[in-house]
Design a protein around this ligand. Structure first.
Ligand code: AMP
Ligand code: GLY
Length: 422
């Protein structure tokens, strides 16, 4: 089968790495890809959000299945477009992708589905938003409604911080149209878990659990990022919690969408806050998490193409994904200046020859003979181990080999999973 992966980050590299192991895959393409994906697939110079060009490419190249990594093409309706053209597409349709594309829509679906989540209010008017913050006080969370490249959420310790966040998003338009409407919600305490499930619209199957490290600095300090590392499984996701999340969150959301005529197909990612064994939803994503996907692909034993086709063809009832009992961990190496102004173009040394795990590329490019940095998150060093602590220790043996100017990473990946800091 001829398979196209859309995107160019570590998540897409990990998907390709796993698809390469499938006996049925005869050709692999990645659009646009990075220096790492080029070793596994043919990179195609089409942007991940150029839906029409991707569809034309898939038609012309007789692509049998397309796996969409990032949210933007899904929110733009790539699945609808491909399906209308008779092409298989792994990822939800535009109406379902609004779960990630609009936080107000996600909140509305959660309310209808009775899903536990933070109390909230939605505002199109900055003055009304300001009055609300004065009324409810702090801590409080101010979120741009639309997609804001991971920067639209402000966790505010004081009323003044919240007023500043409203100003930034609604009055100054820092996130463009995505931030003209905001969701203001109750601050939730606890520990975050990434819970992903796949569905073909009928059958819903949980994937292995994982945890991400969102803050830039050790000890969960500094600004929020796309994720500085991950590990799987999460010790917080007990069988009882998994059952509760499936019954109280994942299934009701999929059923509520179905009741309004929206069939969900693909990965549903629930970002959860877990406190005293109870989970509440922070956000939904309509795709694999990044870097969570990297650690999940290391643990997935069964064939990824089989899973993809079970979802696109509606046969998930007959497919049971198999997982490695060992744990996995990934440490992200970020560029100087990440997340605000990452420096690009620095040569990366030490990429070859690591036997202890897998190097997944995110922001990398090939310039002449060299691989150089080309984005905020540059690489993920991912490894297996008998438990999270061992997997983390193995991943750091890879980190020691890599060098580039201004390279930064966290030294406490897996801390909450039982791994000691470096
Ligand atoms: P989101 O994009 O909604 O996941 O928000 C980004 C990050 O902000 C999350 O990963 C949390 O760390 C934090 N966050 C979001 N909503 C809340 C909340 N209601 N209470 C506490 N932290 C939150
Ligand atoms: N690592 C969090 C995300 O992919 O949104």
């Amino acid at each position: 089968m001829r398979v196209l992966v859309v995107g160019g980050g570590g998540r897409e590299h990990a998907l390709l790495w796993k698809l390469r192991q499938s006996a049925r895959v005869t050709a692999l393409y990645c659009a646009p890809g990075n220096a790492g994906t080029a070793a596994l697939a043919e990179n195609v110079a089409i942007a991940a959000d150029d839906v029409a060009a991707l569809r034309d490419f898939a038609r012309r190249e007789r692509i049998d299945a397309t796996v969409v990594g990032p949210e933007l093409p899904l929110v733009l309706g790539i699945a609808d477009d491909f399906t209308a053209a008779g092409l298989r597409c792994f990822g939800p349709c535009r109406a379902a992708a609004a779960l990630e594309g609009s936080k107000a829509f996600a909140k509305d679906v959660m309310a209808r589905a009775g899903v536990p989540t933070a109390r909230h209010a939605v505002f199109d008017d900055a003055a009304a938003a300001s009055r609300y913050v004065d009324e409810v006080g702090a801590p409080v969370v101010v979120k741009a409604d639309g997609l804001a490249a991971g920067k639209g959420v402000a966790v505010c310790a004081t009323r003044a911080d919240a007023q500043a966040a409203i100003d930034t998003s609604m009055r100054r338009g820092a996130f463009g149209d995505a931030g003209r409407r905001v969701v203001i919600e109750e601050f939730l305490a606890g520990e975050e878990v990434s819970f992903m499930a796949v569905t073909d619209g009928d059958t819903v199957v949980p994937l292995a659990s994982s945890q991400d490290h969102k803050r830039l600095g050790d000890g969960d300090t500094g600004p929020n990022t796309g994720g500085m590392g991950a590990y799987s499984p999460s010790p917080l996701v007990t069988p009882a919690l998994e059952r509760a999340v499936m019954e109280e969150i994942v299934r009701p959301v999929i059923a509520t969408l179905a009741a309004s005529g929206i069939r969900y197909r693909g990965v549903l990612y629930a970002g959860l806050m877990v406190d005293a064994g109870r989970a509440k939803v922070l956000e939904f994503n309509v795709r694999f998490g990044d870097p969570e996907c990297q650690v999940l692909m290391l643990r997935l034993r069964s064939d990824l193409l089989d899973l993809v086709l079970a979802v696109t063809d509606g046969t998930l009832v007959r497919h049971v994904p198999q997982w490695e009992t060992r744990a996995s961990a990934g440490v992200v190496l970020a560029a100087n200046g990440y997340p605000n102004e990452p420096v690009k173009g620095d040569p990366i040394a030490g990429l070859d020859g690591w036997q202890g795990g897998v190097v997944f590329h995110s922001g990398t490019a090939r310039r002449g003979g060299a691989v150089v940095t080309n984005g905020g998150r540059v690489l993920t060093l991912a490894a297996l181990g008998r438990d999270v602590a061992a997997a983390v220790a193995n991943a750091y043996t890879g980190v020691e080999r890599i060098r580039f100017a201004g390279m930064r990473y966290r030294r406490d990946i897996g801390r909450r999973g039982g791994a000691p800091p470096r």
